[in-house]
Design a protein around this ligand. Structure first.
Ligand SMILES: Nc1ncnc2c1ncn2[C@@H]1O[C@H](COP(=O)(O)OP(=O)(O)O)[C@@H](O)[C@H]1O
Ligand SMILES: NC(=O)OP(=O)(O)O
Length: 312
């Protein structure tokens, strides 16, 4: 039996709660497929579109004079963990019941510690929320100089926020305890609620969105996982992606993966953080493998029949 941390892409969750439920119901058989193969799974998920939508909803309502409190990014991520976790629990339980399996699912609202001095706080690079055309994005920036928008991997313009690297997971003992009691655990959603440790040992939320692939790699490292599965919309990582010379990759050593990162084969904000997170996990201990694959083909990827494996 292997312990597998699975990171699900936030862009794969659809645009509305109803779409999200439908997509997660479609994804659940793949996740449960890994359990049927005899493995233990821990699920994390993205929240880029969702955290941006929640923040915008509160900001717009406040500007329109509605009686709502202003909502900072960490609280918006906590909200996204709640409703995405609820939908994931439902989808997983539905599939588990269908298969007559004795499993339960639980979502841990997870806080992830970051470094107060992380240089990422000075340079927003994490895309959140909806996609805009360039003209609208520039108008939004002109109207609110506190906001940064930039182009996101050829898909349109999006708001960019600070994205410090994860250092530790506050709830790691709770996660391990649930795993010991055979729960399917959902944790580190949206990269976790970013917090810094204060001198008195308390934690303070900080305005940022952590990359869920880096947080999932940290989670996989801390729970002693054998595999990190990063599931997205493509079957394999490619070099020369999107060109007639595109080559899909089945297996990469950490050194080869690093070389391709340095040569600029992976788009920042989309495939680059996934490959970097995979490298970081594969380097974190002996026998650790990271797999980047499509959601539908996760069970095939576990058998080596799909996906890109990255190992030391
Ligand atoms: N070199 C590459 N190989 C494969 N996919 C790539 C590459 N560069 C960019 N991509 C794009 O990155 C996307 C995955 O990033 P993204 O959509 O941000 O992930 P998430 O599933 O976590 O939301 C793929 O669907 C693909 O369109
Ligand atoms: N927090 C995060 O990385 O979300 P996405 O995967 O949706 O970008």
């Amino acid at each position: 039996m292997s312990r597998i941390v699975i990171a699900l892409g936030g862009n794969a969750l659809g645009n509305t709660p109803r779409e999200q439920m439908a997509r997660l119901n479609e994804a659940a058989p793949s996740l449960i497929g890994l359990i049927k193969q005899g493995h233990e799974i821990i699920v994390s998920h993205g929240n880029g579109p969702q955290v941006g939508m929640i923040k915008l909803a509160f900001d717009t309502a406040a500007e329109a004079g509605a009686k709502v409190a202003s909502m900072a990014l960490p609280e918006c991520t906590a909200m996204s963990q709640g409703y995405i976790g609820a939908h994931l629990q439902n989808a997983i339980l539905r599939e588990v019941r269908k298969e007559g399996m004795p499993w339960y699912a639980a979502t841990v609202v997870t806080q992830v510690v970051v470094d107060r001095d992380d240089p990422a706080f000075q340079k927003p690079t994490k895309p959140i929320g909806a996609f805009y055309d360039e003209k609208t994005a520039r108008e939004l920036m002109a109207a609110n100089p506190d906001l940064t928008f930039a182009e996101d991997s050829g898909r349109g313009w999006r708001q960019m926020v600070a994205s410090p690297k994860p250092v530790d997971i506050v709830e790691k003992e709770s996660i391990l305890n649930l795993l010991d009691h055979e729960f399917i655990v959902i944790a580190c959603g949206g990269g976790g609620v970013p917090v810094v440790k204060k001198g008195d040992g308390d934690y303070e939320p900080v305005p940022a969105v952590i990359d869920k692939d880096f947080a999932s790699a940290k989670l996989a490292e801390l729970v002693g996982a054998d595999y990190l599965f990063i599931l997205t919309a493509v079957d394999r990582v490619a070099i020369r992606f999107g060109t007639p010379e595109q080559e899909d990759l089945k297996e990469l050593t950490v050194a080869q993966a690093q070389q391709y990162c340095d040569e600029g084969h992976f788009a920042p904000g989309s495939m680059l953080p996934k490959v970097q997170a995979a490298i970081s996990f594969a380097q974190s201990g002996p026998g650790r493998h990271a797999v980047i694959a499509s959601l539908e083909k996760a069970p095939l990827a576990m058998k080596g029949e799909s996906g890109t494996v990255i190992h030391a």
